[in-house]
Design a protein around this ligand. Sequence first.
Ligand SMILES: [Cu+2]
Length: 129
Amino acid sequence: MHLAVIISVVLIGGAILLTTGSGSSALNAENAPIAENVSIVDGQQIIDITAKGGYSPRISSAKAGIPTIIRFRTAGTFDCSSSILIPSMGVSQSLPSTGTTDIAITNPQVGLLQGMCGMGMYHFQVNFQ
Ligand SMILES: [Cu+2]
């Protein structure tokens, strides 16, 4: 588990390095919709959202049209943000109090994906562009 986390951190770090290293400002502008909690590894987009007392970040920007997972991270999360609802996808998912949970979106469409905690008081959004 820890090894896997370290490897994915290295991969993500490498991807960020590649992105920033490839350098021209025009390219960076093109990639601007990708926020720092979003990475693309081996053609798969990963959106990291931490669930604890709400969702962080609450708004993510990501690319539409590529295989995507939303990876929810919990760490000692005992509040209702450990219960995820994404109504447009029919997702109702309980997260472990500590761990990661991936929700796959095969082909996200352009638009705003809205999710919330089980009680509807904490919200998160992914803006697919
Ligand atoms: Cu709630």
